[in-house]
Every structure is written in structure tokens, then in C-alpha cells.
Design a binder for this molecule. Structure first.
Ligand SMILES: [Fe+2]
Length: 221
């Protein structure tokens, strides 16, 4: 792009000088969105969640306020549906990684997935957190009731000091938001993958029914 340099004219030139300038977006945050996750596994995954919930020892409390959070690594479960789910999720994670490699440099990486099942009902939410010790984190939505309100996952703007500098009255800058983050409204079959350092929280649900999701992290094996 070009801009007119009026100071050049003021300094004695007959015409304003045109100079080249550029605006470069730095430090983008890449969130992988897929609306066509493995829906054909959803019925079995839901059945598995309910079987696990029947035993009190399987539930725990992490970032969840209310809700049911599987206490162990879901990928350790010796279930055919988990083996299929793992295979699909590994392909998605690999797709995310290879997106950043040029043609001819794409490859197969070695990484480990660890995951857990979440079941949220009305009033349940998850506090702001990130996932240390991993490089990518993800959520797959097994079941999201259409009648449910809320429940969005909010990604917090990772440019820390920017949050404190949101006061630019009357000037709409592209990085200025409400300071609370960017929401994604989940639906059944959606998959989100994002950098593990990206802080996020889950809004409180309202309404009938339950939302079932499987969250997982990718780390070095
Ligand atoms: Fe999380």
C-alpha cells in the first residue's frame, strides 16, 4: 500500500511524496475447526459416557464447575469405539501440523493423545485454563442439545497487555474487542483444535438435556 508523505511537501518539494508502507499481521493464533467430526461414533461414545458415569469412582473435578469429568485417560479405555475415535483424532492433529509445512515437506509425526469425557448439564461451566505440557488441545462435541443455551467455548485474547489497553474511544482497531475473548458455539459433530497455551473457558449452560464432549491433548509420547 502507499501513503502520501505531506511532510516532504512541507519541506519544499513541489508534490507530496508517495512512499510504500505495509501492515503485517503478526502472531496469528490458529484454531482448527471441523464441522464434520466422526458423527457415526456418537451413539456409541454417548453410551460409553453413560456406562462410565454409573460408577462414582470414574468422576473427578478439574476445571469443571458442576458437570461430570472422567477421572482417567479416555484413550486408555479398551473399547473399539475409542480405537476408532483415536485414529480419527490423530488424523486431524496430523492435518493441523501438516498445514504449516509446504508441499513435499509434510510428514507423519509421533505424538500421544490423552483425553477425557465431559458431561455438562444446566448450570455447569468450566473455568479459564490452558493445558501445560502439551502442544495442541482439542474438543470434540459428541452431543449438543439444540434447546440448550450458552455453553460457548471462549478463547481469551493471548496478547496479554492488549487486554489492558482496550481504551481507544472512537477508534475501531481490528484487535480491539470486549476483552473477554472470542466465542465458538459448539454443535454436535464439531471438532476444535487449538494451541495448548491458548486460554479458554466454557460458558454456563441453560436449558434441558446434557452436552457430551471429549477433550484431549497432544503431547510428545
Ligand atoms: Fe480445556
Amino acid at each position: 500500500m502507499e501513503m502520501r508523505n505531506d511532510s516532504a511537501a512541507a519541506a519544499g518539494s513541489s508534490e507530496p511524496k508517495r512512499i510504500k508502507v505495509g501492515l503485517v499481521p503478526l502472531f496469528s493464533t490458529w484454531v482448527y475447526q471441523c464441522e464434520e467430526g466422526p458423527r457415526h461414533l456418537n451413539t456409541e461414545l454417548e453410551g460409553l459416557a453413560h456406562r462410565l458415569m454409573a460408577d462414582d469412582r470414574n468422576g473427578t473435578r478439574r476445571t469443571n464447575h458442576g458437570g461430570w469429568h472422567y477421572a482417567f485417560d479416555a484413550f486408555e479405555l479398551q473399547e473399539p469405539v475409542i480405537a476408532q475415535f483415536r485414529k480419527t483424532m490423530e488424523q486431524h492433529v496430523q492435518g493441523y501440523l501438516n498445514h504449516f509445512r509446504p508441499e513435499g515437506r509434510k510428514k507423519k509425526d509421533t505424538f500421544r493423545l490423552r483425553g477425557w469425557i465431559n458431561v455438562n448439564r444446566a448450570g455447569d461451566f468450566n473455568l479459564l485454563h490452558s493445558h501445560p505440557g502439551c502442544f495442541l488441545s482439542a474438543t470434540y462435541y459428541v452431543k449438543v442439545p439444540e434447546a440448550m443455551k450458552g455453553g460457548e467455548i471462549y478463547f481469551r485474547d493471548p496478547r496479554g497487555p492488549a487486554v489492558a489497553m482496550y481504551e481507544t474511544p472512537g477508534i475501531d482497531l481490528p484487535w480491539i474487542g470486549a476483552g473477554v475473548g472470542i466465542p465458538f458455539a459448539p454443535a454436535t459433530g464439531y471438532l476444535l483444535i487449538f494451541p495448548s497455551w491458548l486460554e479458554h473457558r466454557v460458558e454456563r449452560f441453560e436449558g434441558e438435556g446434557e452436552r457430551i464432549s471429549i477433550a484431549f491433548n497432544a503431547s510428545n509420547p
